[in-house]
Every structure is written in structure tokens, then in C-alpha cells.
Design a protein around this ligand. Structure first.
Ligand code: UTP
Length: 294
């Protein structure tokens, strides 16, 4: 079977309750970080990792995401007529680079369920899963890092990061054994167990699962077998625990910085950092921040 990862599933059908009221009538994936919707950062990361087939699992607000990746004839015509080439390139670029398909999750039954509805579009090949509200700033795109592991070990890979003890209960957490990779033993691990949001005293490590995965197609049969778990939802982590019975599952402590843009404070921090990193805005924005009497 191919080890080539060509497709990425973007579950975007959650209710986004942490970001109400902004998410009442639009998905959180469309919230703009500086000037791009959150989901576009994830799509650009996939493209930069050699993945151009994007499968978006949608719920409410489907049209906003579809319209964003579609050609906007009126807008493009107007920009062309007014000679605004730079803006025209900006709106055209992303839809030219990728192929997007959509599938609807009729009810928000959980992340595990959202991934399983993409089964027919993925088919019998490995695929990536991207939770777009985890925005990752990295020199080598995070998905590229996971693909490198998958290509070598041919087993599912989860991105993980170290989290301070007092915050670990907010995450899925892995129990692990180190594996040598690229000359070190402190990036790649073999997963021996996964726990969704454990109490602090039960957390098996300080390695938290974040929203990037590369998975083999066998995971779909596992997802068909899971029952509602933590929060009454069909959890991806429960499917991954079943997958582990069939073969090795890996966790990769990726290099880069992850922002939780689905959370109000995380979103604000990401906005400030991305704005400071921009050539066209960073300088003035930095001056403005320095003037604030904090
Ligand atoms: P979250 O745990 O962030 O849930 O889902 P959420 O509902 O979107 O947000 P909050 O916690 O209520 O604020 C992780 C990812 O899984 C998707 C979400 O869209 C998000 O990308 N998801 C979750 C689905 O697509 N369907 C679901 O049933 C649940």
C-alpha cells in the first residue's frame, strides 16, 4: 500500500462554543487571524507539505468556507477592472493551488465521527487530519514533519507537545516509549496508551495531543466500532486506541509553535504574534504596543 499522503481531512463541523457569540452564524474556522481565515493557515500548511487534496467536513456555515476557497467571479472581475493586481493575486492564489471537496457531518457527534464521515472521499490510502483552530508556526510545516515519520515507519503519527502539568487535563495525553529517529530519542515516541482529558494525577506524561495527525485507512474500521466517550462524543482518541491494537502508533514532538486559535485568549495571542511577524504591519504594530501603558 502507498505511503504517500495526498489528502488532508479538515473537520470543521464543531459548534465552536468557546468562541460564542462570534460562532453563532459562522464557523470558527472563518475567524480572521490578521487578514486570513484560520482555516487558510492549515490549508497552506498542507500545501507546503505536499498535500493538495483538501477534504473539509462541514456543518453549519458551510457556504462561508466553500465561498472562501471558490472563485469569486464578481470580486475578481472588479479587482481586475480597477487594476488591483496584488489583491487579485491574494484572493486567487489559494484556490489555484489546491483541490477542495466538502462533506457534511449532519450532527456534531464528535471529532471521531467527523473524521469517519470523510471515509469515502479518502478511500484506501493514508491521510492527514488537520484541526484548523490549532495554527502552527514552524520552519518545516508540522504536517511535513509527520509525513516524514509516516513514510519511514508506516504507522499512524500524532503530533504532540509538552504542556505544563497544571494544564495537562485540558488535552488528550499519551503514554509513550522513546524511539530513535534522526539521531535523537527525544522527538519520536511509540504510543502505549492515550487518555482523553485525564485528571492531573492520572496523566501518563506531559505530552499533549494537538490537532495534526497522519493516519492509515484502517482507522476508519476502528472509528466504526467506538462508543460515545469523554463528553458524550465519539472521540478520535478512542478510535486511535483501537488502531494501536493492530500496529504501532507514534507520537511526534513537532518543532514549531502551536496557537490554540479556537479559544479567545489563544486567538488574541496568535493575532499579536502573527501581526508582529508581518513585514507590512509588524513595525508599526510593535510601536503601537510599546505605547500602551500596561
Ligand atoms: P473542538 O473540541 O475544538 O470542538 O473540536 P468545537 O465544538 O469546534 O469547539 P468548542 O470546544 O465547542 O469551542 C475539534 C475539531 O473537531 C471539529 C471541530 O470543528 C474542530 O475543528 N469537530 C468537532 C467536528 O467537525 N465535528 C464534531 O462533532 C466535533
Amino acid at each position: 500500500m502507498t505511503k504517500n499522503v495526498r489528502k488532508a481531512v479538515f473537520p470543521a463541523a464543531g459548534l465552536g462554543t468557546r468562541f460564542l457569540p462570534a460562532t453563532k452564524s459562522q464557523p470558527k474556522e472563518m475567524l480572521p487571524l490578521v487578514d486570513k481565515p484560520i482555516i487558510q493557515y492549515g490549508v497552506e500548511e498542507a500545501h507546503a507539505s505536499g498535500i493538495d487534496n483538501i477534504i473539509i467536513v462541514t456543518g453549519r456555515g458551510k457556504s462561508a468556507i466553500e465561498d472562501h476557497f471558490d472563485i469569486s467571479f464578481e470580486l475578481e472581475h472588479l479587482l481586475e477592472k480597477r487594476g488591483k493586481q496584488k489583491e487579485l493575486d491574494l484572493v486567487r492564489k489559494i484556490s489555484d493551488l489546491i483541490h477542495v471537496s466538502y462533506i457534511r457531518q449532519k450532527e456534531a457527534l464528535g471529532l471521531g465521527h467527523a473524521v469517519s464521515v470523510a471515509r469515502e472521499l479518502v478511500g484506501e490510502e493514508p491521510f492527514a487530519v488537520v484541526l484548523a483552530d490549532d495554527v502552527i508556526d514552524a520552519e518545516t510545516p508540522c504536517l511535513r514533519q509527520l509525513k516524514n515519520v509516516y513514510e519511514k515507519f508506516a504507522g499512524g503519527v500524532i503530533a504532540v507537545m509538552e504542556v505544563p502539568k497544571e494544564r495537562i487535563s485540558a488535552y488528550g495525553v499519551v503514554a509513550v516509549e522513546p524511539v530513535e529517529f534522526n539521531g535523537t530519542k527525544d522527538r519520536l515516541y511509540r504510543v502505549t496508551d492515550l487518555v482523553e482529558k485525564p485528571p492531573l494525577e492520572d496523566a501518563p506524561s506531559n505530552l499533549a495531543i494537538i490537532g495534526r495527525y497522519v493516519l492509515p485507512p484502517e482507522v476508519f474500521d476502528c472509528l466504526d466500532r467506538i462508543q460515545p466517550g469523554s463528553g458524550g462524543e465519539l472521540q478520535l482518541t478512542d478510535g486511535l486506541r483501537l488502531l494501536m491494537e493492530q500496529g504501532p502508533l507514534y507520537a511526534y514532538r513537532f518543532e514549531g509553535r502551536r496557537h490554540d486559535a479556537g479559544d479567545k485568549l489563544g486567538f488574541l495571542k496568535a493575532t499579536v504574534e502573527f501581526a508582529l511577524g508581518r513585514d507590512d504591519l509588524g513595525g508599526e504594530f510593535r510601536e503601537y504596543l510599546k505605547e500602551l501603558k500596561l
